[in-house]
Design a protein around this ligand. Structure first.
Ligand code: C5P
Length: 229
């Protein structure tokens, strides 16, 4: 069963809380990220928590192991359902984070290659292999380090699921329902395509938050996910 995560990318507490309440019937989790957390910190986070929807804190931590473990320690009291770190920080960094999160209910997810990057984009930063082989390598590190899952694009899902079965939760952004604008995302797929490839969660932001009726847009996507194929 593929579940919906609604990404609430805003700096307004009021707006995020309104969206969280609107998508609650359709989204399993709401995601807040850097722009919100850097603006309002744990105080703003707690306002969203009041809507009683599980929260994915997408902070994409990336630093030396000691610093990332310290950040995880500081964030765990907020009890996020999910927390992200960059797999490119390396296995030791991820291990330190996993060690810190042991025994908590927070799922640690490793971000592999951002869905805004395509083959040309990764070539520019010096990665010469295919996107898929990079994602598989980073997923392997995340798995070895004891993370619960990864963030990847739908394009690598089949390879990831074949290699890791259900050992790694897959969270997939870059989702665009039929007919919606791509924005800065390069490697997009529809909710149905992501479901067919076995995504555990899809992350959808602007197609919901920029819709005339966000509640309706979220409902339509969760309806699409619920259709048996
Ligand atoms: O608006 P849109 O649907 O493109 O939002 C996607 C969300 O997923 C954003 O919050 C973005 O930060 C996040 N994300 C992503 N690609 C990743 C990891 C997270 O787009 N690899």
């Amino acid at each position: 069963m593929t579940k919906l995560i609604a990404a609430l990318d805003t700096t307004s507490v009021k707006q995020a809380a309104t969206w969280a309440a609107a998508v609650k019937p359709s989204a399993a989790i709401v995601k807040i990220g850097m722009e919100f957390f850097y603006s309002h910190g744990s105080k703003g986070y707690k306002e969203i928590q009041k809507t009683k929807t599980p929260i994915f804190l997408d902070l994409k931590l990336h630093d030396i192991p000691n610093t990332v473990a310290g950040a995880v320690k500081a964030l765990l009291p907020l009890k996020p359902k999910m927390l992200t770190l960059h797999t490119a920080g390396g296995q030791a960094m991820m291990q330190a984070a996993a060690e810190q999160a042991k025994g908590s209910s927070t799922l640690l997810l490793g971000v592999t290659i951002l869905t805004s990057l395509d083959q040309q984009g990764i070539a520019q930063i010096g990665f010469s292999q295919s996107l898929e082989s990079h994602v598989l390598r980073l997923a392997e590190l995340a798995h070895n380090a004891g993370l619960h899952g990864i963030v990847c694009s739908t394009h690598e899902l089949t390879a990831i699921k074949t290699r890791f079965k259900n050992d790694l939760i897959t969270v997939v952004p870059g989702i665009r329902p039929e007919g919606s604008a791509k924005g800065d995302q390069s490697r997009t797929m529809t909710p149905t395509e992501a479901k067919q490839r076995g995504a555990d969660y899809i992350v959808v932001g602007r197609p919901i938050t920029e819709a005339a009726n966000p509640a309706q847009a979220a409902k339509k996507i969760s309806g699409e996910l619920a259709v048996h194929r």
